[in-house]
Each structure stands twice: as structure tokens, then as C-alpha cells.
Design a protein around this ligand. Structure first.
Ligand SMILES: C[S@@+](CC[C@H](N)C(=O)[O-])C[C@H]1O[C@@H](n2cnc3c(N)ncnc32)[C@H](O)[C@@H]1O
Length: 222
């Protein structure tokens, strides 16, 4: 059974402003996703933890004619995606978990952005990764954005993050957020992430992007 991190009320309504403020290069990373997956033959994308639909927006703007399925267990997040993406017939949005999707339907690519660091490494991360692998065609690319690193790497990269944040932020708020990232979020090292992916049925991943604590990874279904 997957762990669920519910985003509701202000955490959901303030989400887009939150990510733009606190995650350096968030928009740059999302904007480039369709280019990164341009060569995929089967243009049938699964967006896991699609939240307010930010990744999906980028794919509907791409000239590649993607068919997109977004799935998320937080009603207050996916409601915003529904509102925003209403006009698009090529987008299907589902309130729920990956395990609710029929494993007989195989997707040509998948994304998992800013979700995995809410799961414990006690089987929860692996369960989620396996459930995604089970729903992908062989060779399908899979993109992850996640807080990644050993304790020391996270500590040092949080110093970098502090420098990159907007000057206008309240210092107490910054301290609280940094403390939460360090103590409450469930990041693992690059080596462990790689092991989990291989165990779940993916190729060893390539780290193609990094902005302070946030690493972007690309792999494919074995
Ligand atoms: C930080 S938001 C990321 C949203 C979006 N991917 C983005 O990059 O803006 C995390 C999302 O993961 C969703 N989530 C929580 N538990 C999940 C699970 N077990 N499977 C899939 N999504 C989950 C939450 O509901 C939330 O919308």
C-alpha cells in the first residue's frame, strides 16, 4: 500500500507560489521536460503526483501531441489541475494512486516530480516505483525530480539553497523551511536512489540536472 502525503487547504491553494519561491529552477526544469522526452515513440504519458497540473501544462503546449494521464491522491491539488486543464481532450485526470490504474495499460513515459521524498525508505519508496514500472512499456523513459543526497550533501546544499532564495523572504520562515527539509523530509543518497530504481525494474539512472538539493534523474523501464 502506497504512503500518501495529502496536500490540502492553504498548502494546496498556495502550492504554485510556494514552488516558484522555494525551488530554484522549478519552471526551467518543467519547461524542458517535453524537449527531454521528444524522441519517445509512444506519446502516452503518465504524470504521477501531478498536483496542480504544472507538468501537464508543459506537455499540452508541446507540438508532439501527447496523450496525458495525471494521477494524484490530494483532491485539493487535482481540483486545480482539473480547472486549468478542462479544455484539453487529450488530458485525463484521476483522483487516486498509481495502483488504481489497470497494469494491463502500458504508458510510453512517466514523470514523478517532488513526490518520492515524502515516502519512507522502508518499502514505501520501492512500492511506488514498482507500481510505476509495472505500468510502463519496456524502454519507456522515466523522469524524477527529488531532494537527494547524504546527510552531509543535504546540509551543504541547503547552504547553497539559502543563497539562491529570494531576498524578500522572511528569515524565520527560511530557517523553519530549511529545518523541515533537513529533519522531516525523507531524502536518500544518490546511491540508494539508484539501487531502489534498479530493484523496481528500471535501468541505473542518469543525473542530468541539479539545483542545490533538487536533483533531476532520467532512467528507463528495463
Ligand atoms: C510537492 S507536490 C508535487 C506536484 C507536482 N508533481 C509538481 O512538481 O509541481 C507532491 C504531490 O504528490 C502527491 N502525492 C502524495 N502521495 C502520493 C502517492 N503515494 N502517489 C502519488 N502522488 C502522491 C500529493 O498529493 C501532491 O500533489
Amino acid at each position: 500500500m502506497s504512503k500518501v502525503e495529502i496536500f490540502e487547504k492553504e498548502r494546496a491553494t498556495g502550492y504554485n507560489q510556494f514552488v516558484e519561491t522555494w525551488i530554484p529552477n522549478y519552471n526551467y526544469f518543467l519547461d524542458r521536460l517535453p524537449k527531454l522526452l521528444h524522441d519517445v515513440k509512444q506519446k502516452d504519458l503518465l504524470v504521477v503526483g501531478c498536483g496542480t497540473g504544472n507538468e501537464i501544462e508543459r506537455f499540452i503546449q508541446s507540438p508532439d501531441h501527447w496523450k496525458i494521464t495525471g494521477i494524484d491522491p490530494s483532491p485539493d491539488m487535482i481540483a486545480q489541475a482539473r480547472e486549468k486543464l478542462k479544455p484539453y481532450k487529450n488530458v485525463r485526470l484521476i483522483d487516486g494512486l498509481v495502483t488504481d490504474l489497470n497494469p494491463a495499460t502500458k504508458y510510453g513515459a512517466a514523470t514523478l516530480l517532488l513526490v518520492l521524498h515524502f515516502m519512507n525508505d522502508n518499502g514505501e519508496k520501492l512500492d511506488l516505483l514498482r507500481s510505476i514500472a509495472d505500468r510502463l512499456s519496456t524502454g519507456a523513459p522515466f523522469v524524477i525530480l527529488d531532494i537527494t543526497g547524504t546527510k552531509d550533501q543535504i546540509k551543504d546544499n541547503l547552504k547553497v539553497l539559502r543563497c539562491l532564495l529570494p531576498d524578500s523572504l522572511d528569515q524565520e520562515q527560511v530557517d523553519a523551511r530549511i529545518k523541515r527539509i533537513e529533519s522531516d523530509l525523507l531524502h536518500v543518497s544518490e546511491e540508494r536512489l539508484s539501487e531502489l530504481w534498479v530493484e523496481a525494474g528500471f535501468d541505473p539512472p542518469l543525473r542530468f540536472s541539479q539545483s542545490s538539493i533538487y536533483m533531476g534523474w532520467l532512467t528507463k523501464k528495463r
